[in-house]
Design a protein around this ligand. Structure first.
Ligand code: AMP
Ligand code: ZN
Length: 467
């Protein structure tokens, strides 16, 4: 079965099919953190969701290039730099490093590229230049450059691809200077903001005078530079759909005349104890706050992964305690399986993998995926208690866990430490032999050999042995 995800662009669940004619490589961009403070647990819900999408696509055999930017210049940052009386780089460097530590603590795979906005100013200037050339952007009297929604729509382009907009109230040429605004303030938005005294040292030269980029152009420039003018998948939290992502589409399609992104995925927000997180309500948690309370990154990651990404998630401290209990059930079962399997290595138990992956194919139905895992743990525990499990079956269960854990990333790996992609190849080779496709079986054997692993066919099943 192919993976199907809800695409915000089509407002429907669609088969995930990348632009690559070979159907293999996937360009994926997730809007990264604005490094003006320590990231909160809501932010991490979105980044763990993006990590799950990437890991699942990899599980399904796609070669994903994952880009996550670091927003290190925008309105809030400039305000905070001014208040802190420091330099931009010193200020953002501290929060960027903290963020990268935090995502590591949550066992998110490092993106292949983490571009900083301030290192792509030339690309932003270039993109704005193209929009001016095409008559879609214009210079306002005070020197800033704005995106003209009227001109963009006039060339047959659609503004309002991700959200429904009401153009009746919009006054043509009205401008919004701030990076964040509501749908009701629909107006021409800033691409380049002319330098003002409050910006301090934060400015760059441009053909339109000194200034700095608007937030939205940053992501258009970085994503297209690293993934090309049209790419497969763009993610972020639901609050980013408007205006940030809508503006990204407009800037990119306005400049290139090509469709920008094929699949858009948005994660719903996290609430704490049923309420929107806010410092004044005292329900605001950074990852560090939770680690300081004695919870682990693994427990927090598991909890964040228990809800469907399109449902808002109510985060509670009780939920974290429950996560600890759930993980202990998995860990205990894995420990018993390891003891029984000993040195036996086998392919993976196909039945549980099939259920687990089938659930995630269905728009990342994580609850059904966890149900498959916990039913499997219960059945294994019963068989273990009754002394009915053979070492080969225990090894196959561990193999299955290793592959499932490559998707959920909560740890508890098998001790065999066979790289997960090789276990997938071993499963494929076993399936090929079962189907009497010995040619394919031999090709896989050669591929494994070239990677330094030999297949040993034993009475208990196929094993991988390091050469
Ligand atoms: P920011 O650092 O504010 O640019 O946000 C980084 C990411 O976190 C974005 O994708 C936001 O949509 C997302 N985000 C912000 N608040 C929440 C929340 N309460 N729950 C889930 N995601 C959030
Ligand atoms: Zn972005």
């Amino acid at each position: 079965m192919a993976a199907r995800f809800f695409n915000t662009l089509s407002r429907s669940v669609q088969e995930f099919a990348p632009l690559d004619p070979a159907g293999k490589s996937v360009g994926m961009y997730c809007c990264g953190p604005t490094v003006h403070d320590f990231a909160h647990i809501g932010n991490f819900r979105t980044f763990v969701f993006a990590d799950l999408v990437r890991r699942f696509l990899e599980f399904r055999g796609f070669a994903v290039t994952h880009v996550m930017n670091i927003t290190d210049v925008e309105d809030k940052i400039i305000r905070r730099v001014r208040e802190a009386g420091t330099t931009l780089r010193e200020f953002t460097g501290k929060y960027e490093a903290a963020f990268l530590d935090d995502v590591r603590a949550l066992n998110c795979l490092p993106p292949h590229q983490t571009p900083r906005a301030t290192e792509y100013i030339a690309e932003m200037v270039d993109l704005i230049g193209q929009l001016i050339e095409r008559g879609i952007a214009y210079r306002a009297p005070e020197g800033s450059v704005y995106f003209s929604i009227e001109k963009y729509r006039g060339c047959g382009c659609k503004y309002g691809q991700l959200v429904k907009l009401n153009f009746d109230e919009m006054r043509v040429g009205e401008r919004v200077a701030s990076d964040e605004y509501e749908k009701e303030s629909l107006a021409d938005f800033a691409l380049w903001k002319a330098r003002v005294p409050d910006d301090g040292d934060v400015f760059w030269p441009s053909p339109w005078g000194e200034g700095r980029p608007g937030w939205h152009i940053e992501c258009s420039a970085m994503s297209m530079k690293l993934l090309g003018p049209s790419f497969d998948l763009h993610l972020g939290g639901e609050d980013l759909a408007f205006p940030h992502h809508e503006d990204e589409i407009a800037q990119s399609e306005g400049a290139t005349g090509q469709p920008f992104v094929k699949h858009w995925m948005h994660g719903a927000h996290l609430l704490v104890e049923g309420k929107k997180m806010s410092k004044s309500l005292g329900n605001f948690f950074t990852l560090r706050d939770l680690l300081a309370k004695g919870f682990t990154g693994r427990e927090i990651r598991y909890l964040l992964l228990t809800a469907h990404y399109r449902d808002s998630f109510n985060f509670t401290i009780d939920g974290l305690t429950g996560a600890r209990t759930a993980l202990a059930r998995i860990d205990e079962c894995l420990a018993k399986l390891r003891e029984l399997a000993g040195a036996t290595v086998a392919g993976s138990d196909a039945a549980v993998l099939h259920k687990f992956a089938g659930a995630l194919d269905d728009d990342l139905n994580i609850s059904a995926a966890w149900a498959a895992v916990f039913d499997w743990v219960r059945d294994l525990n019963r068989a273990l208690a009754a002394n009915e499990l053979q070492p080969a079956a225990a090894a196959a269960a561990l193999g299955a866990w290793q592959r499932m854990d490559a998707v959920v990333g909560i740890g508890g790996k098998s001790e065999a430490e066979v790289p997960v992609e090789l276990l997938a190849l071993l499963d494929e080779r076993n399936a090929a032999r079962k189907a009497k496709d010995f040619k394919r079986g031999d090709t896989i054997r050669d591929e494994l050999k070239s990677k330094g692993w030999a297949i040993e066919d034993t009475a208990k099943g196929a094993k991988l042995k390091k050469l």
